[in-house]
Design a protein. Structure first.
Length: 565
């Protein structure tokens, strides 16, 4: 089937032909007529299925066919300040993406397919200057592709008006939920007109996605071109069992012997990506890393080097890889298996795209045996195993708990969090109530519970009593003759690692800020408020099951897989 029966205009068909495409992919074949008809859409499509063109092409046609005439400039704060300002054309389509790279990729597709149309577009994302984006918005783009954080910054500054949006697209909505953007999405929805077309694209149809769809979409058509969490048949998968300390050595061997020519290599953490890239360079392999701690310029250079063949290995984190558009990528390597089984499908979907074949290679140590079983359970079949001669696993090595990004055990019994660590920025900053010797009184006599708002707290050194919940003595100033900071009896910082005071709750065992991808650097795109609050670990709380369903072994160790016995 060609693109002709889909109802696209000759200009768009010519733009598609200019890119060398002859026939539409399944998601394009089903989604384009639905979007052209003006219906809301819930589409399940993994990366590499052509989903970007599935919404860009019909949006370009709809906006051109319904070009507004006689519109009046919206009364934005900027317009109110400057009554002589030139009216801007309205923003008519908004595409939200989880990462900067995906925003750039989608906006490039808009310009490519809209080369024969007079529709401006702009990508809005964090980590770069604010003023160039303001100037681009003043030019009057008809289509805006944005990450949620920076878009809200522009809305707060009055540099963008979303009241004229006719089409809203949530691209990779599942990843946006995983990255904690749900509150930002709700704030953005409140800025949009009630009457609009809504398109939601997601690699998975989880309960959270369906709940989000129910709140946004109205009588939507549903398209799911591949069964849930099913990798393409063009990807050959293999597992290489290897000891945890010999993974880098095995990867170097595979590259030097030509088994791997050019590969996207996945690690779990940003620091792990940097460390692996540096080790590979020392082995004489051209490698570079890409992750959320890299600046925009560093990421662009790393990706350009990889695409141009100046680097053979691109080491990336899962979130950082979202939106990377690499044509004919021959290999994907899981240097470390993902903690969530669905992410395995997303990772290997980077190869075997657009009809080409690819290899997905996983280097698995005994610690990751439960993760591998969860992946195989999700796929509904076993992944072939091949032991590389000279790298046979040592059967005497016992499995160890998979560490958190901060170094703490990921699965280490009930006291450890099973979900994501709560980011540092969201921890409770309230000072802990400190009992300064026998004079202090917290709670009822003989009781060890927390104080009520009417409990009286006396401060050592003769200070006047004050009620908990009211303003206490101010730091750095005497309290009616009480000791100054630094004197005996003054409040001291809690011991390092105690989890008490210093902005940490008692019992807190969470680690450092988690990786959330490119859309987090700088003020504009940091996670806000309640993002990623799930999974914080407090003493006495029963941890919720991990979303991947991976059980913790009693005693904190992971069960060994049969293939490692």
């Amino acid at each position: 089937m060609s693109f002709d029966p889909l109802g696209l205009t000759p200009e768009l068909l010519r733009a598609v032909a200019d890119q060398g495409y002859i026939e539409p992919t399944p998601v394009q074949r089903e989604a384009i007529p639905i979007v052209l008809a003006g219906r809301d859409l819930l589409a399940g499509a993994q990366t590499g299925t052509g989903k970007t063109a599935a919404f860009v092409l019909p949006i370009l046609q709809r906006l051109n066919a319904t070009r507004t005439a006689g519109w009046q400039a919206p009364a934005t704060p900027a317009a109110k300040r400057d009554r002589n300002a030139t009216p801007r054309p309205p923003i008519r389509a908004l595409v939200l993406t989880p990462t900067r790279e995906l925003a750039l990729q989608v906006e490039e597709s808009v310009r490519t397919y809209g080369s024969h149309r007079r529709i401006r577009s702009v990508a809005i994302y964090g980590g770069v200057g604010f003023e160039p984006q303001v100037r681009a918005l003043r030019a009057g783009p008809g289509i805006v592709v944005a990450t949620p954080g920076r878009l809200l910054d522009h809305a707060g500054q009055g540099t963008i008006d979303l009241s004229t949006v006719e089409v809203l697209v949530l691209d990779e909505a599942d990843r946006m939920l995983d990255m904690g953007f749900i509150r930002d999405i709700r704030r953005i929805l409140a800025l949009l007109p009630a009457e609009r077309q809504n398109l939601l694209f997601s690699a998975t149809f989880s309960d959270d996605i369906r709940s989000l769809a129910r709140g946004i979409l109205r009588n939507p058509a549903t398209v799911q071109v591949t069964p849930r969490n099913t990798p393409t048949a063009l990807v050959t998968q293999v597992v290489h069992p290897v000891d945890r300390e010999r993974k880098r050595e095995l990867l170097s061997r595979l590259v030097r012997t030509g088994r791997i020519e050019q590969a996207l290599v996945f690690t779990r953490t940003k620091h792990g990506a940097n460390r692996l890239a540096e080790q590979l360079v020392r082995d004489g392999i051209r490698a570079t890393a890409i992750h959320g701690n890299k600046s925009q310029g560093q990421r662009v250079r790393a990706l350009d080097d990889f695409k141009a063949g100046r680097a053979d290995i691109l080491v990336a984190t899962e979130v950082a890889s979202r939106g990377l558009d690499i044509e004919e990528l021959p290999h994907v390597v899981n240097f470390e298996l993902p903690m969530v089984a669905e992410d395995y499908v997303h990772r290997i979907g980077r190869t075997g795209r657009a009809g080409s074949t690819g290899d997905a290679i996983s280097l698995v140590c005994v610690d990751e045996a439960p993760l591998l079983r969860e992946i195989e359970r999700l796929l509904g079949r076993s992944i072939p195993t091949e032991v590389i001669p000279g790298f046979e696993p040592d059967r005497s090595i016992r499995p160890e708990p998979i560490r958190r990004r901060s170094g703490g055990p990921r699965f280490a019994g009930p006291a450890q969090g099973v979900g994501r660590a709560r980011p540092e920025a969201h921890r409770d900053r309230r000072p802990a109530v400190v009992n300064h010797g026998p004079v202090g009184h917290v709670g009822a006599p003989g009781a060890g519970g927390p104080p009520s708002r009417h409990d009286v707290v006396r401060v050592a050194g003769g200070g006047a009593p004050f009620r908990s919940g009211s303003a206490g003595p101010r730091r750095g100033r005497p309290n009616n003759g009480g000791p100054r900071p630094g004197q005996s009896g003054s409040r001291r910082p809690a011991p390092a690692g105690s989890g008490i005071g210093n902005g940490r709750r008692p019992g807190w065992t969470g680690g450092d800020r988690q990786e959330r991808g490119f859309d987090q650097r700088g003020r504009s795109d940091r996670p806000r408020d309640d993002r990623d609050r799930g999974g914080n670990s407090n003493a006495g709380r029963t941890p919720t099951p991990h979303r991947g369903g991976i059980p913790a072994h009693p005693g904190g160790r992971l069960a060994r897989a049969e293939r490692f016995d």
